[in-house]
Design a protein around this ligand. Structure first.
Ligand code: PLP
Length: 394
């Protein structure tokens, strides 16, 4: 009879997990399930990066590093931020973390007291609200409307700010919508944050996956004031297909980074040493594979987005970045006679053998999330199955 802590009991179980578990058991029973739930690129980590890790281990780099990361890696991250965003940071403004996720977790732990509010735009990445709650903070949701490409407006942001607001999260390109804030939009939101002394948490993990004419802009790069008011979160998980290596980082205000480093020294000690060496190569070595992966995603997106919109009752804005599609399926759910999207998604898995994530997990009930981090052949097959599933029930 274990009595667990209240903070753990309050954790919402991941919606992704239930679907993934069910898909797995169907697969084990021999069913030909196509999973579109993945949150990671389907490419191997580039060989030069793997080689760098092996070399580092052979050279004896298998011990602890400083809690905030290897000085050489910090240097590589500083170079990257300068090269890509024109941002200049000192080493004491950088902490290397065990993935971007743990960077965010550590950030909320050092930032929030009980009752402090963090503004989270809907649709949100599932871990934001849970991480805020784990730090005794309160998530305050703002609805990013489909009419506005799921992005929040300056007026919406202003209305959500109270005396308790500590921070706002901007995730651009977005998981799950793939939308991107423009420079002008970021400037307008940033101005309000500066006015009300609200910290901007800029999660830029999908930075390198931006398609066509679209471009990624870091809000921190727009003025010295915005740089000081922003903590940039990024990492190599998505850009270099390194999800399992667990390397991310936070860049920004010295006092915040120093507090995060203190906390890391008592919780993680340091990010895995060979992974840090691998990341130096990821940032300093050739970047061809980053481009190749992006091109493959872009090609899949063009084909699948079109096919998806051909399904009765399904409409999907064209994502500009990341590797997810977030179609509105409200009409398709009605057409097929299901009571809600969760039920529709369950039936889609059981009957059509396609696993997608229901929007409820992202705070947006009328949508589903499909990941295109899988081969074009499987993607086309999956979308055909969804099409047939809807048509056969309508
Ligand atoms: N932020 C967003 C929006 C994500 O989608 C993810 C991964 O799914 C992360 C952060 C975490 O990345 P990492 O694997 O580096 O912890």
């Amino acid at each position: 009879n274990v009595q667990l802590a209240k903070r753990v009991n309050a954790l919402t179980p991941s919606t992704t997990l239930a679907i993934t578990a069910k898909a797995k058991s169907l697969k084990e029973e021999g069913h030909d399930v196509i999973g579109l739930g993945a949150g990671e690129p389907d490419f191997n980590t580039p060989q030069n990066i793997i080689d760098a890790a092996v070399k580092s281990m052979n050279e004896g780099h298998t011990k602890y590093t400083p809690a905030a990361g290897l000085p050489l890696l910090k240097k590589a991250i500083i170079n990257k931020l300068q090269r890509d965003q024109g941002l200049a940071y000192e080493p004491n403004q950088i902490i290397v973390t065990n993935g971007a996720k743990h960077g965010l977790y550590t950030l909320f732990q050092v930032l929030l007291d009980e009752g402090d509010e963090v503004i989270i735009p809907i649709p949100y990445w599932v871990s934001y609200p849970e991480q805020v709650k784990l730090a005794d903070g309160v998530p305050v949701y703002v609805d990013g409307l489909e009419e506005n490409e799921f992005k929040i407006t300056p007026d919406q942001l202003k209305s959500a700010i109270t005396a308790k607001t500590k921070a706002v999260i901007i995730n651009s390109p977005s998981n799950p919508t793939g939308m991107i804030y423009t420079k002008e939009e970021l400037l307008a939101l940033g101005e309000i944050c500066l006015e009300h002394n609200v910290l901007i948490i800029s999660d830029e993990i999908y930075e390198k996956l931006v398609y066509g004419e679209n471009e990624h802009v870091s809000i921190a790069s727009l003025s010295p004031e915005l740089k000081e008011a922003t903590i940039v979160i990024n990492g190599v998980s998505k850009s270099h297909s390194m999800t399992g290596w667990r390397i991310g980082y936070a860049a920004g205000n010295k006092a915040i980074i120093s507090a995060m480093t203190n906390l890391a020294s008592h919780s993680t000690s340091n990010p895995t040493t060979p992974s840090q060496y691998a990341t130096i190569e990821a940032y300093e070595g050739p970047q061809d594979s980053v481009e190749e992966m992006k091109d493959a995603f872009s090609q899949r997106l063009d084909i699948i987005h079109q096919k998806l919109n051909d399904i009765p009752g399904v409409t999907c804005l064209k994502p500009k970045g990341a590797f997810y599609l977030f179609p509105n399926v409200e009409k398709a759910v009605k057409l097929t006679g299901y009571t809600d999207t969760d039920e529709f998604v369950s039936a889609l898995l059981e009957e059509a053998l396609v696993a997608v994530i229901p929007g409820s997990g992202f705070g947006a009930d009328n949508y589903i999330r499909l990941s295109y981090a899988t081969s074009l052949e499987l993607l086309e097959k999956a979308v055909d199955r969804i099409h047939h599933f809807v048509e056969s029930k309508a």
